[in-house]
Ligand binder design. Sequence first.
Ligand code: AMP
Ligand code: ZN
Length: 122
Amino acid sequence: MTEPTAADNCIFCKIATGKIPSRKVYEDEDIFAFHDINPWAPVHFLMIPKTHIASMAHVGHEHEALLGRMLALAPRLALEQGCRPYPEGGFRIVTNTGAEGGQEVHHLHWHVMGGPRPWLRG
Ligand code: AMP
Ligand code: ZN
């Protein structure tokens, strides 16, 4: 992968580089995962690419390998964070995109949520 690019004033770029603290779940050269500050479910963490991609609407062929790696990693992190195994347990992956998609932070992120119900939302 190429060197991550950062956007000015992007909170998740700052989290990915450690300029803003977070409760880290996972990190490698290209991917960062951390607990959501306002969880909706007993397990709720966010997975982001380190490079600044504004949303899923900005994803192109050049991102296939990166997003494939993120998807393949998600089930492992979900189990490590306390989601019970499929099929009794499981998890939900959500990516809000754009204003009508409910996106508030404009750096691509996947919410990974799970754990015993009821949840606060969703
Ligand atoms: P959305 O853009 O609506 O998909 O959601 C952004 C998510 O980022 C929300 O669930 C927030 O709770 C979460 N969030 C915002 N700032 C932080 C932060 N500094 N650390 C962890 N999670 C955050
Ligand atoms: Zn960013």
